[in-house]
Structures are given as C-alpha cells and as structure tokens.
Design a protein around this ligand. Structure first.
Ligand SMILES: C[S@@+](CC[C@H](N)C(=O)[O-])C[C@H]1O[C@@H](n2cnc3c(N)ncnc32)[C@H](O)[C@@H]1O
Length: 244
C-alpha cells in the first residue's frame, strides 16, 4: 500500500468522517497537557502533523508561539482560515514529517490523534523523533497521542455506518500485517468515494523501547483525554510524555 495518507487527508471528506475530533475534543487534551507542564507562559510549540490546526489554534489563542506543519495543503488551508482572527498567528508550514528542519527550538512538541505509524518501516515512523530531539529545549516535552494496540486488537469494530452532513460513511476495519487498516466508503449525492487508512501497530512496550533507544525518557503515560493513567487492558489511547 503506497502513501494512502496523501489522498485521504487531501480530500474534502476527512473532516466529515472525523467531525467528532473537533475543538472541544482538542480542548480536553490541551488542558490536560498544559496541566502537566511546569512552565506555562509563552511556550514555543510545534504541532507535528497538525491537520486543520485545532490544537495549534487553541494554543496560539492562549498566547503561545506555535509552529504547525502538515503534508496536506487542503487541511493547512482550512487551518489558516480558522486561525485568521487570532491576535497571535500560527506559523503553518507544509512539510513531510520524514523531512523536517527547523532553525528554532521548542518547549513542547505535539504529535496528536494517531498521526504516527503511517509508514512501513520503523525507521520512517521514528524518523521525526530522531530529528526533532535536536530542536527540543532542555526541559522540553514531546507528547505522542497514539492508539493502544492491545485494546484495539481486542475491541476492533469490524464495520460501522454513520451519516454525517448527508454523507453515508461506512468504515470497515481489519488487522493485516501488523497494521490496522480501515477502508472507508462514502456515499454522497449519488457518488461513491473510497479511501483507506493504514496504521502500523506498536505495542506500548515497543514504543517505550524505541523511544529509549533514541534517548528519550517516558515521563508519563496516560490512557485517555480525561487524564487517567495508562492501563494496557482498558485504555483506548497511549499518550506518552517524552523528555530528553
Ligand atoms: C489523523 S490526522 C490528525 C491531524 C491533527 N493532528 C488533529 O489532531 O486534528 C493525521 C494528520 O497527519 C498528516 N500527515 C499524514 N502523513 C503525513 C506526512 N508524511 N507528513 C506530515 N503530515 C502528514 C495528515 O495530513 C493529517 O493532517
């Protein structure tokens, strides 16, 4: 499967399928993250694979200095429109996560809502974490918000159908070659659109191991946007706070 993410996240359909991943959802996790950070004012923040910038916009609204990058020009364009009223702008950049270069350093780096595991090799999936280490301030924190592989394997919903804004959205999920694959069929105004998502599965243990090899320390692991401690059996998410 090659570069599925280019088509899916450039489509006008992605934001409808994930309409529940909205500003309120972003507020929950941002409050949680900021609550765990000792320094609170004027942070220098990088939002990696920011999408339409829902986290970045909230953070810039709180007065932080935010750089946000994504590969999808479609989502960046929406982000720029949504951020246009802010007093402090978001610095939106189009970049591939496998090839980032910043000449500034950050207090906080975010990689939110399963924007990780899109590539076939571990080398590519962890490349960003290898590169961004050099741009992290001494007490800087990286937050990875990823799925809990253990929970997902045991609770996979094979098929679900929902209707949003007149679109009938059918999502079929399976696990193939250690990846969770979602086939998405959208019926709208007589047309049928097909997309695919494919995310490589990493256990909690393998994530921790890979990050430790890269020189990170896992400060905290939480399991949902309410801040509950990560529990392998019951948590839907793995939200890691990494330091160097
Ligand atoms: C599930 S979305 C999450 C977006 C955002 N973090 C949020 O929470 O709304 C995944 C994002 O990763 C971006 N993405 C996918 N592949 C990428 C790549 N190779 N480089 C940079 N961004 C990429 C997509 O364009 C999309 O915006």
């Amino acid at each position: 499967m090659t570069e599925w993410f280019k088509k899916w996240f450039s489509s006008n359909e992605y934001l409808s399928v994930y309409s529940h991943r909205n500003e309120d959802d972003a507020k929950n996790i941002i409050n949680l993250i900021l609550g765990k950070i000792p320094e609170k004012d004027n942070l220098s923040i990088l939002d990696a694979a920011c999408g339409a910038g829902r986290h970045s916009i909230l953070l810039a609204g709180l007065g932080h200095n935010v750089t946000a990058f994504d590969l999808s020009k479609t989502l960046l364009k929406i982000g720029k429109v949504n951020a246009s009223e802010l007093r402090k702008p978001v610095n939106f950049v189009c970049s591939d996560i496998r090839n980032v270069a910043f000449n500034t350093s950050f207090d906080l780096v975010l990689n939110m809502f399963t924007s990780f595991g899109y590539f076939d090799t571990d080398e590519e999936n962890f490349m960003f974490y290898k590169d961004i280490k050099n741009c992290l301030n001494k007490k800087g924190i990286i937050v990875l918000d990823y799925l809990n592989e253990y929970y997902l394997r045991r609770n996979l919903v094979p098929v679900s159908v929902k209707t949003i804004s007149g679109r009938q959205i059918e999502e079929s999920r399976s696990i193939r070659n250690n990846k969770v694959v979602k086939d998405i069929v959208i019926r709208h105004n007589g047309a049928i659109h097909k997309f695919c998502e494919s995310v490589k599965l990493y256990t909690y243990e393998s994530l921790v191991k890979n990050f430790e090899v890269l020189g990170y320390h896992v400060e905290t692991a939480i399991g949902d946007y309410k801040g509950r401690v990560f529990d392998k059996e019951t948590s839907k998410r793995v939200i890691l706070f990494l330091t160097i």
